[in-house]
Write a protein that binds this ligand. Structure first.
Ligand code: PMP
Length: 421
């Protein structure tokens, strides 16, 4: 609390009252400039951007090649409306991205962020069902906990109560199954058996809901904010695909946080050779240089929708040439600097250091993740994995203390948004 107060006072002392507002009254210093892993504030204080903001700036800040590519595009055109013109950067980025996608996923719809990418995926899935005469399908099953975005459609599939509750009457809440939190289980099953059991919850839910009403299943292949980099046992991933195939249900991978190289492969799902039907990407795609996201779908979904009159969906900034030029240059940096390999190597190093901390501090109950999408979960008791009392707000206290000492890290509640650190 004291850290928070100091930061708030420091941040706002010399500044006039603000007309901005976001989540709370908490204020932060003005960012002045950024380079590589560092951000400098208005007072010249240098902070390590350890979490790349909210896992966004995957290639580092102020990359010269990206800035130059953006300037070149700016000198040509910053906007050309997609109903009037196509543009080369969008075309080029789509082609390059498809090279990183599982086979068949070769249709790209650009958006400006993660929530928009998820909304687009849900709507394409629904329009596909209508186009192929399966209009009874509309339910999208997701996991609890999970995070898929803040717009009402994406929120309906999100499993994070604190963010969702106020809006329940305004949206169509969707069915959830328990996320594969096998690290919490204290039974006699092996991890592989647990993976199958968690995946089978999907089949149970499909049967309970009525298979003809279920449209899709959406999941984060490597968890993000709401679960702290949750990784399912290996057996989970192929079993999920099997179940989706059995009932004709689409599999949507939300790779907004786990994609674009953060886990050491371009897609989080690549660790298991997953074959989703639709992928949502954002964050590291534009890497903070421009708001950018993408929904990438299997051609077999897109063709029937276009044949039946088109995709009834769009955003003014979809496929913006400046954002796509930035995204293209970001992708080139990932390739030229071998950042996938780097994320795997550095991730392994950070992980082993976190594991060493866990040996020293019994309140670190689990270290998990892939590549540089890593988390340490704080608990009260290793035997039961009981969370710390929630009023202690341990997760945000650690984040505040790190911030005070010049390191940005990122935290969230891991147990459905109400407790867990
Ligand atoms: N999906 C996942 C997995 C995310 O982590 C996020 C953002 N944390 C979103 C969707 C929503 O993205 P945005 O905040 O850009 O709308």
């Amino acid at each position: 609390e004291k850290c928070r107060q100091i930061m708030t006072i420091e941040a706002t002392a010399a500044r006039p009252a603000s007309h901005l507002f976001y989540q709370s009254r908490l204020r932060r210093p003005l960012a002045d400039h950024a380079e590589g892993i560092y951000i400098w504030d208005e007072h010249g204080r240098k902070v390590i951007d350890g979490s790349s903001g909210a896992m966004v700036v995957n290639i580092g800040h102020s990359n010269r090649n990206v800035l130059d590519a953006m300037k070149r595009q700016m000198d040509k055109a910053t906007f050309a409306y997609r109903l009037h013109f196509e543009n080369q950067p969008a075309e080029d980025l789509a082609r390059r991205l498809v090279g990183y996608m599982p086979e068949g996923l070769d249709k790209v719809f650009f958006v400006s962020g993660g929530s928009e990418a998820v909304e687009s995926a849900l709507k394409l899935a629904r329009q596909w069902a209508l186009a192929v005469g399966q209009g009874s399908r509309w339910k999208v099953i997701s996991r609890f906990p999970s995070y898929h975005g803040s717009t009402l459609g994406a929120l309906a599939v999100t499993g994070y109560d604190a963010l969702k509750k106020p809006f329940l009457p305004m949206m169509q809440d969707m069915p959830h199954i328990k996320a594969p939190t096998a690290y919490l289980d204290r039974d006699n099953f092996s991890m592989e058996e647990r993976g199958i059991r968690y995946a089978d919850l999907l089949e149970e839910k499909i049967l309970a809901e009525g298979p003809d009403s279920v449209l899709a299943f959406i999941m984060e292949p490597v968890g993000g904010a709401s679960t702290g980099a949750l990784v399912a046992p290996d057996s989970y991933y192929p079993r999920i695909r099997e179940i989706c195939d059995k009932y004709g249900i689409l599999l949507i991978h939300d790779e907004v946080m786990s994609g674009a190289g953060r886990t050491g492969k371009y897609l989080g799902g690549d660790h298991w050779n997953c074959r989703p039907d639709i992928i949502a990407l954002s964050k590291g795609l534009g890497a903070g240089y421009c708001p950018l996201g993408a929904m990438i779908a299997h051609n077999k979904l897109v063709q029937p929708v276009l044949d039946k009159g088109g995709f009834a969906h769009g955003y003014t900034y979809a496929g913006n040439p400046l954002a796509c030029a930035a995204g293209l240059a970001v992708l080139e940096e990932i390739e030229n600097q071998n950042l996938l390999e780097n994320a795997a190597t550095v991730g392994a190093l950070i992980r082993s250091e976190l594991e060493r901390l866990a040996e020293r501090y019994p309140f670190i109950g689990d270290v998990r993740g892939k590549g540089m999408l890593l988390a340490a979960e704080f608990i009260a008791d290793r035997e039961t994995m009981a969370p710390l009392p929630k009023h202690l707000e341990a997760h945000s206290r650690v984040v505040d203390i790190a911030y005070e000492r010049g390191l940005i890290i990122y935290s969230r509640r891991t147990r459905g948004g109400v407790e867990g650190d």
